[in-house]
Design a protein around this ligand. Structure first.
Ligand SMILES: Cc1cc2nc3c(=O)[nH]c(=O)nc-3n(C[C@H](O)[C@H](O)[C@H](O)COP(=O)(O)OP(=O)(O)OC[C@H]3O[C@@H](n4cnc5c(N)ncnc54)[C@H](O)[C@@H]3O)c2cc1C
Length: 229
């Protein structure tokens, strides 16, 4: 396998157009490749400046999870700190987590930041929303958001005993809009309320109707943290 290391967006697009498979830290794909065979070529974005940026509302797709520090909002930082083990976080990337993993611990945090993604396309760089990132797993160059006022994130063992931990993320933006995202098993529910913490019970009647009682208790806790209620 030839590992290609472009140093610009245009070189990266060239590699992709020539059939190179995107790779982050290979924490997931290595075992698959060993089992099914290695691709002829792979491309890592680790030398592309746009994919390694951290801070000022940007987190590059090639940034390693252990590099996600206080240059990003607490909600995203806490999410990255909770992924797997220290050795996974030292190798796995933001892009691999958001586009390539089934757990995607960073996703609820990205949702409450109302984040969007810059992705590589055949024509250049496109901005897409998280729904498209989830559905199509395009090549993630960077995640972008506007700074929230406050955010909170909790990852706890599934109270029903399942293998996938429950995650609740909440954030309030500068306009007072509260956003909440809940992952139970592999399902992610999300909702927003214009009137901050007051709107959370209404969310349980609507966008978050599928969230369990234990999940709702966790939501109330995290919302109280971000609204100070
Ligand atoms: C022991 C262990 C524990 C784990 N625990 C958790 C956990 O608690 N929570 C959690 O969320 N995850 C967990 N994971 C998954 C972990 O997040 C992934 O291993 C990681 O996100 C994959 O990242 P990577 O950079 O190594 O991706 P790779 O293995 O390199 O790639 C994985 C997939 O992502 C694609 N990809 C890579 N980069 C990009 C990009 N920039 N844009 C688009 N696609 C891309 C690849 O083509 C491939 O299909 C765990 C993994 C391990 C091994």
């Amino acid at each position: 396998m030839r590992l290609r290391l472009p140093t610009s967006v245009s070189e990266a697009r060239q590699c992709l157009s020539e059939g190179a498979i995107p790779v982050g830290g290979a924490t997931l794909v290595w075992a698959v490749w060993q089992r099914d065979g290695f691709p002829e070529q792979a491309v890592s974005l680790r030398n592309v400046p746009e994919a390694t940026a951290v801070g000022d509302g940007v987190l590059g797709g090639a940034v390693l999870l252990h590099q996600v520090d206080d240059r990003v909002p607490e909600v995203l930082r806490t999410a990255a700190k909770g992924v797997g083990t220290g050795s996974v976080r030292r190798t796995a990337t933001v892009g691999g987590n958001l586009a390539g993993s089934s757990l995607r611990d960073l996703l609820p945090a990205a949702i409450v930041l109302d984040a969007w993604a810059e992705v590589l396309t055949a024509d250049g760089v496109d901005e897409v929303d998280l729904a498209e990132l989830e559905a199509k797993a395009p090549v993630l160059l960077a995640l972008r958001w506007r700074e929230p006022v406050r955010g909170a994130y909790a990852k706890v063992a599934d109270p029903a005993g399942g293998e996938v931990p429950t995650i609740v993320a909440a954030a309030v933006d500068t306009g007072g809009v509260l956003r909440v995202a809940v992952r139970e098993r592999y399902e992610v529910s999300r909702g927003s309320a214009a009137d901050g913490g007051d709107g959370v019970e209404e969310l349980f009647a609507g966008a978050l109707a599928g969230v369990s009682e234990a999940g709702r208790a966790l939501v109330r806790e995290q919302v109280a943290r971000v609204t100070g209620a």
